[in-house]
Design a protein around this ligand. Structure first.
Ligand code: NAD
Length: 294
C-alpha cells in the first residue's frame, strides 16, 4: 500500500518514520526540503511538490500547522482535491478549525473522496514512539479503512463522530492541556519560591490529587525530567504559537456555542502574552518562565 505524506515537521516526521517501519511505501513532501532527508534514508521517496505526492497513492496524510495551510493545500493554491483519485483515502491530522475541516471534507465528498479529520494527542514523544491518540471525525467506513494505517502510528484510535468532531474533541483537550500546564508551572514555582526542591515537589504532587499529564509526563520545570523539553531549553515539542492557535480555536468555538470558558480565555491570554515576549517558537511548557521570579 502506498501513502503520500505532506508536512513532515516535528510531528509528521516521526509519524512518517513509523509508517515506513510498518512496511508502507511512502512518498513525502514538505516545503522545507531538509526535513525529507532522514526519511529518504529510511526508504521514502521524496517529491518536489504536493501534486506529485498524491500520484498513485492509496492514502494521503497531511500534518500541517493550521487552518490556512490546509485550505491552501486542498482548496486554494494547490487545489489538491481537484487532482486526487477518488479511491484515495484522505486523512488530515493537522489541528484546525472544525468549520474549515467541514468545508474541506464537504468539497472532498463532492468529488467522491472519503476524507477524515484525525488530529492527534501525545506530543512529539508519542509521535516517535508510535503511541499517539488519533481523534477521528468522519464516516464509520472511512474510520474503519483508516484503522490499520493509524495503528502504525498510534495506540488509541478513537471515533469522535462526523466531520469536524475529531477537531472539536481535540480543541477541548488542548484547552484543558493549556490550563493544567499553566497550573502545574504556577504550583511548582510557588513551591520553589518557598524553598522546595522542584523534583521532590513534583514527585509528591504526582502521588497526590494534583496529579496530571503535564506534571507526570511533561514536567515544565528544567531538570526535573531529563527527556522533557524543559530540560532541553524548551526546544522541540509543541510550539507556543501552535498552542496559541488551539486556544484561539477553543475561544472561537465557545463564542459560537455561547459557552462559558473563563479558564480557557485566561489560558489564551497567558500563552498569547508569553508568545509576544519572544517565546513563540519554544515548547509550550516554557510557560514556566512566565512565573520565574527576577
Ligand atoms: P511543524 O511546524 O513542526 O510542522 C509542520 C510542517 O508542515 C512544516 O515542516 C512545514 O514546512 C510543513 N508545511 C506547511 N505547509 C505546507 C505545504 N503547503 N506543503 C508541504 N508542507 C507544508 O508543526 P508540528 O509541531 O509538526 O504540528 C503539526 C500539527 O500537529 C499542528 O496542527 C499542531 O497543532 C498539531 N500537533 C502538534 C503537536 C506537537 O507536540 N508538536 C501535538 C499534537 C498536535
Amino acid at each position: 500500500m502506498k501513502i503520500g505524506f505532506i508536512g513532515v515537521g516535528l510531528m509528521g516526521g516521526p509519524m512518517a518514520h513509523n509508517l515506513l517501519k510498518a512496511g508502507y511505501e511512502l512518498k513525502v513532501f514538505d516545503l522545507v526540503p531538509a526535513l525529507l532527508k532522514p526519511l529518504i534514508q529510511d526508504g521514502a521517496i521524496a517529491v518536489d511538490n504536493a501534486r506529485l505526492a498524491i500520484e498513485g497513492v492509496d492514502c494521503l496524510i497531511t500534518m500541517l500547522p493550521a487552518s490556512e495551510h490546509v485550505l491552501k493545500l486542498y482548496l486554494e493554491e494547490e487545489a489538491l482535491l481537484d487532482h486526487i483519485d477518488p479511491k484515495t483515502l484522505v486523512i488530515d491530522c493537522s489541528t484546525i478549525a472544525p468549520d474549515v475541516t467541514k468545508t474541506v471534507a464537504d468539497a472532498a465528498a463532492k468529488q467522491g473522496i472519503t476524507m477524515l479529520d484525525a488530529p492527534v494527542s501525545g506530543g512529539t514523544k508519542g509521535a516517535q514512539d508510535g503511541t499517539l491518540t488519533f481523534i477521528v471525525g468522519g464516516s464509520a467506513t472511512g474510520f474503519e479503512a483508516a484503522q490499520p494505517i493509524l495503528s502504525a502510528m498510534g495506540k488509541n484510535i478513537l471515533h469522535a463522530g462526523d466531520h469536524g468532531a475529531g477537531q472539536m474533541a481535540k480543541i477541548c483537550n488542548n484547552m484543558l492541556l493549556a490550563i493544567h500546564m499553566a497550573g502545574t508551572a504556577e504550583a511548582i514555582q510557588l513551591g520553589v519560591n518557598n524553598g522546595l526542591d522542584p523534583k521532590v515537589l513534583s514527585d509528591i504532587m504526582v502521588q497526590s490529587s494534583g496529579r496530571n499529564w503535564s506534571l507526570e509526563l511533561y514536567n515544565p520545570y528544567p531538570g526535573v525530567m531529563e527527556t522533557a523539553p524543559a530540560s532541553k531549553a524548551y526546544q522541540g515539542g509543541f510550539k507556543v504559537n501552535l498552542m496559541v492557535k488551539d486556544l484561539g480555536l477553543s475561544q472561537q468555538a465557545a463564542l459560537l456555542s455561547h459557552s462559558s470558558t473563563p479558564l480557557g480565555a485566561l489560558a489564551r491570554n497567558l500563552f498569547n502574552l508569553h508568545a509576544a515576549q519572544g517565546s513563540e517558537q519554544l515548547d509550550f511548557s516554557s510557560i514556566q518562565r512566565f512565573y520565574k521570579p527576577k
